[in-house]
Write a protein that binds this ligand. Structure first.
Ligand SMILES: Cc1ncc(COP(=O)(O)O)c(C=O)c1O
Length: 397
């Protein structure tokens, strides 16, 4: 039995059938590269789906985890710790929530959105019973987050969903038609990552902000994929000139350590009252110390600026590839979507893997590219070579 058969069989025999078969068994990482058990090296331009902000085994990450694990890993929520306070204060600063901001810590994106869902339910002025989200959105796999997710294929097997969520088209007309005093919250991804890195229409977020403010509806932005500097600003909403009532984040803020957060602004900070929500692990010192180190490194090493600059270079390098497969290049900073001319995304990502490059097929006709924020010249160059090789290897449909 080859080694490959051995690990894939073991996976199939023991892991829940909800996941597809893995592409490889990875054994270690360093910077923007990972290696599999056969010793093959891959340029990691997915970063654990927008998670490994500092790449793999970054000294700031390793040092923070090791030090905090050796000092105080976990305490109950009957106590606070210096890393927890520091991270809450940091998130208030980088989101712009300021003095009125409040932070809730969970352990994942879905948990951050569960907290956001409960926040929406607490907006009770008048008779509000509707929560709005958009078609083709993705907010996570737990029941509340799934109810918010605008992909029926993911929801259908698990009906009935928690009630009250309506999915609308991503159009300004749909916003104007749907938002009134019966709505408690509107939740949006500023850029739809899982949908293939799709922007909302021009002016959509600004109009959403105007209408939600007018009707006392909470505007909740899911920046789980777009946040922590990935799109070329701490949060994508800064680029659209709006301020939300709440923002959820996870993924890149922990750089590989599981953590998520809900940050509220202004009046939204008054909604949760004592005893209404909690999590055993949420905000523990190990997770918060690591997130502090990751966010501090992003700031001090200029990685947000790097994301903007390298993102533009990568997008340009894709546009310069003379391939009939590339129809469109989308996205901001280091969250890039490549729209393909036909539904060959799985074949392209498989060919990329063969060429030593990790990217992902977000759907049948979109490739998602989300490298670590530390990418430099060498990686941008190598990416262009390997991505071209992958595209060349896939025949036209
Ligand atoms: C926009 C968005 N929201 C929520 C989630 C769910 O996060 P998690 O997988 O950490 O639960 C994701 C994950 O891909 C996401 O991209």
């Amino acid at each position: 039995m080859s080694t490959e058969t051995a690990w894939s069989d073991r996976f199939g025999d023991s892991l829940m059938k909800s996941m597809g078969s893995p592409f490889a068994l990875l054994t270690r990482g360093d910077g923007c590269y990972v290696w599999d058990e056969s010793g093959k090296q891959y340029l990691d331009f997915l970063a654990g789906i927008a998670v490994n902000s500092l790449g793999h085994a970054h000294p700031a990450f390793v040092d923070a985890v090791s030090r905090q694990a050796a000092t105080l890993a976990h305490v109950s929520n009957y106590f606070t710790t210096a890393p927890q306070l520091e991270l809450a204060e940091r998130l208030k600063r980088i989101t712009g929530a300021g003095a009125e901001g409040r932070v809730y810590f969970g352990n994942s994106g879905a948990e951050a959105n569960e907290a956001a869902f409960k926040l929406a339910r607490l907006n009770k002025t008048g008779s509000r019973h509707r929560i709005l989200a958009v078609h083709d959105s993705f907010h996570g796999r737990t029941m509340g987050a799934l109810a918010l997710t605008g992909k029926p294929a993911l929801r259908d097997a698990f009906e009935p969903m928690p009630s009250g969520v309506e999915h609308i088209d991503s159009t300004i007309e749909a916003l104007e038609r749907s938002i009134d005093g019966s709505v408690s919250a509107l939740i949006l991804e500023p850029i739809k990552g899982e949908a293939g890195v799709i922007e909302l229409p021009e002016g959509f977020l600004v109009r959403a902000r105007e209408l939600t403010a007018e009707h006392d509806v909470l505007l909740i932005l899911d920046e789980i994929q777009t946040g922590a500097g990935r799109t070329g600003s701490w949060f994508a909403y800064e680029q659209f000139g709006i301020v939300p009532d709440a923002v959820t984040m996870a993924k890149g803020m922990g750089g590989g350590f599981p953590i998520g957060a809900l940050v509220t602004f202004g009046w939204a900070s008054e909604l949760f009252q004592r005893g209404m929500h909690g999590s055993t692990f949420g905000g523990n010192p190990l997770a918060t110390a690591t997130a502090n180190a990751v966010l501090a490194e992003i700031e001090s090493a200029g990685l947000i600026q790097n994301a903007a600059a390298r993102g533009a270079e990568i997008a340009q390098s894709i546009r310069e590839i003379d391939s009939p497969h590339v129809a469109e290049v989308r996205g901001r900073g280091l969250l890039i979507g490549v729209g393909l001319a036909s539904p060959i995304a799985a074949a392209v990502s498989a060919a990329a893997l063969e060429a030593g490059l990790i990217v992902n097929a977000a759907n049948d006709s979109s490739i998602r590219i989300a490298p670590p924020l530390i990418v430099g010249d060498d990686e941008v160059r190598l990416f262009a070579e390997r991505f071209r090789e992958a595209l060349d290897a896939v025949p036209s449909a």
